[in-house]
Design a protein around this ligand. Structure first.
Ligand SMILES: NC(=O)c1ccc[n+]([C@@H]2O[C@H](COP(=O)([O-])OP(=O)(O)OC[C@H]3O[C@@H](n4cnc5c(N)ncnc54)[C@H](O)[C@@H]3O)[C@@H](O)[C@H]2O)c1
Ligand SMILES: [Zn+2]
Ligand SMILES: [Zn+2]
Length: 364
């Protein structure tokens, strides 16, 4: 039996259509989730702006949380009524990476194809397949995800907050804690302080990095960065490198990019001290190549680290982040600049393109 769900569908082009789709009953190993909230992430915007190839039509949204409404055969990890955060890179639990505790480099996941493990899609429209973006499709009242993509968290975490644990917060905090492994007192600069960059700042504050320098074009975002623990803020411009080198006395130990722009990614080595680490979190358009000076990298002992999903292991990290939020150590509420309805999602993308809003969150 299928159920009808209002969803934001991408059919190519830069805006989404709000329409009714059908959601199949959960098959073996999957769960039907009623969404409570979905964030609007920069990665969704890349798809709308034609920067990455995706199957079509697609229900967008990959940063979601909700309640398990029904489970398929054999599901043991979640039960009806559980509050869950959804993972946009579901682990297969069988490949060598998964078996080594490195689910973030799983080779068996079909998330990037927007498919369930059996190669099917649970969504359709008049009998025609519709794809859930990254096998989540959280901009819909209902979705069906693999069991390993739905992680139970305490029900006292509000859905708006829980949704952000599913991408921006896990990506940003994970980049600091899991990928860069920043130690207390090490200096860090974050270039781009939208939803993901501000989450990196949260992570840096959590581990006691110092100083923490936020760089953005928007004074509004930099003000939030300072509230999240940034000790310095720099308006992005021709003299930002000089300012950062002066604040840090010669360059930062860590430089994170959280925009996805070729020029700002290429600027990272120039912000670092010898032996420093550049962490690539922002995702550039698929057809762009990033150039670095190999001689300078080698001679400077510079490390370049690619960071996907903050190397999150969903079952380990979502409950940890929820516990840190409940303990008052992650100010995720303050990351939410706008609570919107599903039919306001196109305005949220327009605002994002103008560099406005820390994070818009769709509340169902
Ligand atoms: N690696 C991952 O796993 C992962 C996960 C989630 C998102 N992302 C990527 O992270 C990037 C950021 O996502 P987001 O949701 O925070 O987007 P966002 O649009 O909310 O944030 C981008 C920020 O960059 C700022 N900015 C734009 N141009 C700038 C410039 N020239 N100099 C300084 N600041 C500038 C904007 O003002 C904005 O604050 C995107 O590329 C997204 O795809 C990566
Ligand atoms: Zn995201
Ligand atoms: Zn795997």
């Amino acid at each position: 039996m299928t159920i009808s769900s209002r969803a934001a569908v991408h059919r190519g082009g830069s805006s989404l259509e709000i329409t009714q789709i059908e959601v199949a009953a959960p098959g073996p190993g999957t769960a039907l989730v009623r969404l409570g909230a979905s964030g609007v992430c920069g990665s969704d915007r890349h798809v709308l702006d034609g920067e990455w190839e995706m199957p079509s039509p697609t229900v967008m949204g990959h940063e979601g949380a909700g309640v398990v409404e029904a489970i398929g055969e054999g599901v043991e990890d979640v039960a009806v009524g559980d509050h869950v955060v959804l993972s946009w890179f579901y682990p297969c639990r069988r490949c060598t990476a998964c078996l080594s505790g490195r689910a973030f480099v799983c080779t068996g996941s079909r998330s990037e194809e927007c498919l369930l493990p059996d190669g099917s899609t649970p969504l359709s429209e008049n009998g025609t397949p519709v794809y859930p973006y990254l096998a989540v499709g959280s901009m819909s009242e209902y979705t069906v995800v693999p069991e390993s993509a739905a992680v139970k968290i305490p029900s006292d975490v509000p859905f708006e907050v829980a949704s952000l644990l599913g991408c921006s917060v896990s990506t940003g905090v994970g980049a600091v804690v899991n990928d860069a492994m920043v130690a207390p007192g090490r200096s860090a600069v974050v270039v781009g302080t939208g939803g993901v960059g501000l989450s990196i700042i949260m992570g840096l504050n959590l581990v006691g990095a110092h100083p923490i320098i936020a760089v953005d074009l928007s004074e509004e975002k930099l003000a939030i960065a300072r509230r999240f623990g940034a000790t310095h803020s720099v308006i992005s411009g021709p003299d930002s490198q000089e300012q950062i080198r002066s604040i840090t006395g010669g360059g930062a130990d860590y430089a994170f990019e959280a925009i996805g722009r070729k020029d700002t990614i290429e600027s990272l080595p120039g912000l670092l001290v010898r032996g420093g680490t550049a962490v690539l979190v922002g995702l550039p358009p698929a057809d762009q190549t990033i150039n670095f000076d190999g001689l300078a990298l080698a001679e400077g002992g510079i490390r370049i680290v690619g960071s996907n999903y903050g190397s999150t292991v969903p079952g380990r990290d979502f409950p940890r982040l929820a516990a840190l939020y409940l303990a008052g150590k992650l100010p995720v509420d303050e990351l939410i600049s706008d609570r919107i309805r599903l039919d306001q999602v196109n305005e949220a993308f327009e605002a994002m393109r103008r560099g406005e809003r820390a994070r818009s969150v769709i509340v169902f």
